[in-house]
Design a protein around this ligand. Sequence first.
Ligand code: NAP
Length: 310
Amino acid sequence: MEEQLIIIGTGPAGYTAAIYAARANLAPLVFTGSQIGGQLTTTTEIENFPGFPEGIMGPDLMVNMSMQAEKFGARYAYEDVLSVTQEACSGLFVVTSNGGAYKAKAVIVATGATARYLGLPGEKELIGHGLTACATCDGAFYRGMPVCVVGGGDSACEEASFLTRFASKVYLVHRRGELRASKSMQKRVLDDPKIEPLWFSTPVAYKTDGSGELESVTLADTRTGEQRPLEVKCVFMAIGHSPNSAFLGDLVERDSAGFIVTQGGSSHTKTPGLFAAGDVADPVYRQAISAAGMGCRAALDAERYLIEQA
Ligand code: NAP
């Protein structure tokens, strides 16, 4: 069977695209991926999404969006997309997932971004044993213990602030002498007696105990190179995200960081019929609301494209 429109991803961009496309009677097939609802399902309260003066929990917002899209006729495939190609003869897109191959006239890519790690030796094995990129998921395991957060952006500050609910002490390890985070977020963190910033510091090695759990992290001074151990039970990595665009092969143009380049401020990629929205195509704003706006635009662009092709 041939789909009109396939949407890949279920963050705010994917769900918003699904709501608009479904309301335009395109009955989009939406691939959820393994992290259904995307990055916002790993956050707590969202205070800056318009329409919720009391704030809303990230997972609740995503469930609401999902139900809203389904109400208008969006369908979900609970599968991970592995690749997208285009048939030379028909121009149809072939979306291959871990569940099969699907054909569509148009595709919206809204696959977001994945948390970055430092790439230090032993890092992969340590994930889940004292190394994580999600305070909401793992913070409660470290009740009464010292932990650290790496990074100086809004995410790092948000994670550090959240972790004060559980940890005995939260070190904020940052490679420079000032934070990148918004002023309000900086104030919240720097005023908190439970959070201690460690300026000009970056992890260079992890030390584990006999059972493979993190015991300490070695920090290097980014100015002098001098090293010292910091005893923490968990390192929460918050050094940004990498866009999930590799599975698209040559169908899209990417910038040096892997973000999809779109044409003239629209959602069109270099391949007609293939659209991009949200964090995967946004190296600058990366907000839930800006991703939702991009999802809306992608659905409108896709709808117009399909009408022109008919
Ligand atoms: P970000 O703003 O890109 O910050 C990444 C931080 O990690 C920076 O402080 C950076 O240091 C540091 N870093 C990067 N690579 C590193 C490395 N290899 N070693 C050590 N440190 C490294 O990322 P983010 O905090 O995830 O935020 C992403 C976007 O989402 C931003 O636009 C942010 O405003 C937004 N956001 C908003 C909220 C909110 O409004 N509630 C919450 C979270 C995120 P430098 O500063 O030295 O570059």
